[in-house]
Write a protein that binds this ligand. Structure first.
Ligand SMILES: *Cc1c(COP(=O)(O)O)cnc(C)c1O
Length: 220
């Protein structure tokens, strides 16, 4: 049986042992995990959760209304879903089109939403995210959207089995992040690192890790 409390404890312990100067945010990725597991994690001190699929997320949020959870959206975004995403999430980490940014912005009524730009760090055409040479112009265009608080960048780099490639990508992400921070004072988030590579990602400057199976066990 999966022991969520123990998994969270070991995750936090591993992070402490790195002795990095900044403590990363831990986002618990609860996609394809039931809401009881979210409650279990919440009771063990975890307050930030992320979902990839809107309907699944809304179903769980309804059951978890009483819990003061910070919800992150980390899945692909269709434009007809922007209204519900803007209304029901505190963060959207997968913004990679201006049209989506505009719709999220226009649907934020009396609230601001935190966003990350998703970057296609491996530059494979099949993957989501903007290309590296588009980053600066994308950031300038986002400035017009007053309801969006641009917090940083997010990426899903290459698998740990290609460690050299992964390290090159993590290094490059950190460089992009540091460059962006010079001009964008609100930026504080480099969201990279999942169950298999979070320790490596943290050694390369990640400030936010998104961890699913290490906390909840294998997905259904
Ligand atoms: C599923 C998912 C994760 C978590 O993956 P694990 O390997 O289970 O930790 C993190 N980020 C994104 C974008 C995901 O889709």
């Amino acid at each position: 049986m999966v022991n969520i409390k123990e998994n969270l404890y070991s995750l936090n312990k591993n992070i402490d042992e790195l002795k990095n100067s900044i403590r990363p945010a831990i986002v618990a990725v609860s996609k394809q995990q039931n809401f009881e597991k979210i409650i279990e994690a919440f009771k063990a001190g975890q307050t930030i959760f992320a979902e990839n699929y809107l309907q699944e997320a809304l179903d769980k949020q309804k059951l978890l209304k009483e819990y003061p959870i910070e919800w992150h959206f980390i899945g692909p975004i269709q434009s007809n879903k922007c209204k519900l995403i803007a209304e029901n999430f505190h963060w959207v980490q997968t913004v990679d089109r201006i049209k989506i940014a505009k719709r999220l912005n226009d649907n934020c009524i009396n609230k601001k939403i935190n966003i990350c730009i998703q970057i296609n760090i491996s530059e494979e055409e099949s993957k989501s995210g903007i290309m590296l040479d588009e980053v600066d112009s994308f950031v300038s265009e986002l400035n017009q959207f007053k309801q969006l608080r641009l917090r940083g960048i997010m990426a899903i780099p290459s698998h740990i089995s290609q460690e050299d490639k992964l390290i090159r990508e993590l290094t490059l992400l950190k460089k992009i992040f540091d460059n962006l921070k010079i001009k964008n004072k609100n930026m504080d988030t480099l969201s990279v690192g999942m169950s298999e590579d979070y320790l490596l990602a943290l050694n390369y400057g990640s400030t936010m890790i998104r961890v699913g199976s290490h906390i909840f066990g294998a997905r259904k």
